[in-house]
Write a protein that binds this ligand. Structure first.
Ligand code: XMP
Ligand code: MG
Length: 178
């Protein structure tokens, strides 16, 4: 893995694809145990979670439907919790075992918004799976059931995550160079 340049900003290797895949396998194993004999619906949060959704679903042994929601935080104030459903939730999640799949949870404000919206559809159960979580800044009142890797409060890109639109295609995760 080498230094990657996106919009003139440099990023250095942080988490290898092998580490990422191992973390996803552990999450899949746990979901397969917890939902054995049941059917789930994966709710991917676009855009960032598209790679995680794909790799996680390939490892699920429980029957799983798939749907997406696309959220946009209002710009300039990422931590305000003001979130917009660009591609809204639909009725398909009603009375199902919903598993939200996220690439990264930072403050948890986006998740808190999404959780409230999902609950309006009366799911049979709701759990959250995220590849990355930043425990230093996470402040939601509910726990996250499935966490791949906990990281420090640094900006990362790759494996679906972007810096101003770029970097999503990288199979590994990079961190902004100090
Ligand atoms: P929170 O949990 O604070 O996160 O509501 C809001 C959204 O911000 C994005 N995010 C990141 N994106 N590298 C990224 O590429 C990061 O380090 C990072 N931290 C937060 C992400 O879309 C998250 O859902
Ligand atoms: Mg996201």
């Amino acid at each position: 893995m080498e230094v990657v340049k996106l919009h003139k900003k440099e990023f250095v290797p942080f988490l290898s694809s092998e580490l990422i895949q191992n973390a996803i396998e552990a999450i899949a194993d746990q979901i397969n145990k917890d939902f054995a004999g049941k059917e789930v619906i994966i709710l991917g949060v676009l855009d960032g979670a598209f790679m995680m959704v794909s790799d996680l679903m390939k490892r699920l042994k429980v029957n799983a439907e798939l749907t997406f929601v696309k959220l946009k935080s209002y710009h300039g104030d990422r931590s305000s919790g003001s979130v917009n459903e660009v591609l809204p939730l639909t009725e398909v999640i009603r009375k199902k075992h919903v598993i939200v799949v996220e690439d990264i949870i930072d403050t948890g404000l986006t998740l808190a918004f999404l959780r409230e919206r999902i609950m309006q559809f009366n799911p049979s159960s709701l759990s959250i799976a995220t590849l990355l979580l930043k425990p230093e800044v996470f402040q939601d009142k509910y726990p996250v059931e499935y966490i791949g890797i906990e990281i420090a409060n640094k900006f990362v890109v790759g494996y679906g995550m972007d810096y101003d639109g770029l970097g999503r295609q990288l199979p590994d995760i990079y961190v902004a160079k100090e």
